[in-house]
Ligand binder design. Structure first.
Ligand code: P6P
Length: 338
């Protein structure tokens, strides 16, 4: 056990990186870790418990909601509400913000935006799914959270992370001082530091995109895909196509091995499919902290000013050299969306 550093120990140790920290952020990250362990338990027995299948409702995105989405949403909301360090939540599963108006929480310093269970269409086929979270310092002074507390640029994030429920369950997060990954050891119920100071390779050999949408891709994306498929030994092309349909899983693999994930505009998603606030901004924060890049094809994701809670954006993210090349094609062949 002496070699093992738990998430809790790590958070406390790193708290000293923030001279004025009084422990609120540490406790908030602890609360997220608690909910993640509960969701892990349910995801890992989803095939057994009567928690599979559709609830028969649809979320604000018009997507069918599966029971695990609802369960995960409830668990993170409960953990954050009880923890007392968060005065409001924005969730993919909820149309409006969820102010936490209890005596302990209404004046808390932080708000959390989250996708409680991304990639949920993979639940019934036993493919990895994930949770994505983003933490901002509130801009309103006191009382329950307001929309302005959430509609901040990604550069204002205090922390961001994801949990991937895969062959093992990992929590990966950043507070702006590098990226660290923790693997859950179910035998002791602790996330243990397994991937310290994660850095993503500046180049990679795989590209992740749903080529089924090819005919509707911007010309710059079409040209980049053809670039990925050309024979060129010097740049180790053709690249491999790797697309799971679960952004957390694709991004996590690319973060470790190098690669690029692209969800551009398509006919059914003219603004892109992924949401800025609780998917692209937190993933972009992590990727940039690991040495990679994340843009909408033209500008840094973290610089985009959110206008609405569930705003979507095109997303080009991963190894810096691959993102640069893809964005060069976008600049040469596709006009920026105004
Ligand atoms: P498509 C899951 O719904 C998600 O938001 C991402 O996790 C995933 O990468 C993408 O959508 C899959 O979308 O259109 O390729 O099925």
């Amino acid at each position: 056990m002496s070699k093992v550093k738990t998430l809790g120990q790590f958070i406390i140790e790193k708290q000293n990186d923030f001279p004025y920290a009084k422990g609120e952020l540490s406790r908030l990250l602890r609360d997220i870790g608690i909910a993640a362990k509960i969701v892990h338990r349910e995801v890992n027995k989803a095939g057994l418990a009567d928690i599979l299948g559709e609830v028969g409702e649809t979320n604000v995105q018009g997507e069918s909601v599966k029971k695990l989405d609802v369960f995960a949403n409830e668990q993170f909301i409960a953990a954050l509400s009880v923890g007392g360090e968060c005065c409001g939540i924005a969730s993919e599963e909820n149309e409006d913000i969820i102010p936490i108006d209890t005596p302990q929480s209404r004046n808390a310093k932080y708000v959390v935006a989250m996708d409680p269970l991304d990639g949920s269409s993979n639940i019934d086929v036993n493919v990895s799914v994930g949770t994505i979270f983003s933490i901002y310092r509130r801009v309103s002074l006191t009382g329950p959270a307001t929309h302005e507390d959430f509609q901040q640029r990604g550069t204002e994030q205090v922390a961001a992370g994801y949990i991937i429920y895969g062959s093992s369950t990992m929590l990966v997060y950043t507070t702006g001082k590098g990226v660290n990954g923790f693997t859950l050891d179910p035998s002791i119920g602790e996330f243990c530091l397994s991937h310290p100071n994660m850095k993503t390779p500046s180049n990679g050999k795989s590209y992740s995109i749903n080529e089924g949408n090819y005919v509707h891709f911007p010309d710059g994306v079409k040209k980049y895909i053809k670039y990925c498929q050309e024979e060129d030994k010097a740049t180790k092309r053709p690249y491999s196509s790797r697309y799971i349909g679960s952004a957390v899983a694709d991004i996590h693999r690319n973060l470790i091995t190098g690669g690029i994930y692209i969800y551009p505009t398509t006919a059914s998603s003219p603004k892109g499919k992924l949401r800025l606030l609780y998917e692209c901004s937190p993933l972009a924060f992590i990727i940039e902290q690991a040495g990679g890049k994340a843009t909408d094809g033209f500008q840094r994701i973290l610089e985009i000013e959110p206008k609405t809670l569930h705003q979507r954006t095109p997303f080009f993210a991963g190894s810096s050299e691959m993102v640069d090349t893809a964005c060069d094609y976008m600049k040469r062949y596709s006009a920026a969306q105004v």
